[in-house]
Design a protein around this ligand. Sequence first.
Ligand code: BG6
Ligand code: MG
Length: 216
Amino acid sequence: MIEACIFDLDGVITDTAEYHYQGWKRMADEAGLKFNREINEQLRGVSRRQSLNIILQYNKRELAEKKIEELMKKKNDYYKQSLESITEKDYLPGIKAFILNIRKKGIKTAIASASKNAEKVIQNLNAKELFDVIADGYSVKKTKPAPDLFLFAAERLNVNPSESVVFEDAQVGIEAALNGGFFSVGIGPDERVGQAHLRYDRTEDIQLEDVLALNR
Ligand code: BG6
Ligand code: MG
């Protein structure tokens, strides 16, 4: 029996992955740093600090701590501006119905997001009552691909990884799930989340029967 489903937030529940990209792009343009959608793929699921490190490495730039803090704040301010436009209409297709469906079957649900803005996103989506547990960028120290965030959520839900499924759109997220002994569902292309137990191109393609059959 699958006892719990643990969902990443950005790019799985709502399309905030695009807002993260736009925030980094605007910051990078203003700071004279090269940045494009290809490098952005490496930032999916990765912490704010680590994301900036990847951008700086790509640009072969080293910056003082104060400047790093300043650029992270800039990006986050732009990102937070985008979040203001999020409403209950902004779930990715099919995902809310899927969550309501599994909850009706008695399956527990959690959010496990690396973001420190997760609370705000969930509030704007009016999604709080869809989840038994919310784990975010403040919950654990070690970020994905370490399994810590998913293990934290599973512990709070009082379930074992081997009876839980993680839903992720990021390569590091799938790695984190596998490192923790969870079943995993990847949302996105094969080259990104192909390591997952199940993979779908889009949230609307997720098949409940396949998910429930994962540990049979
Ligand atoms: C993840 C996103 O969910 O959260 C990353 O996929 C983001 O792109 C990370 O960098 C941290 O988010 P925040 O809101 O704390 O900067
Ligand atoms: Mg994500």
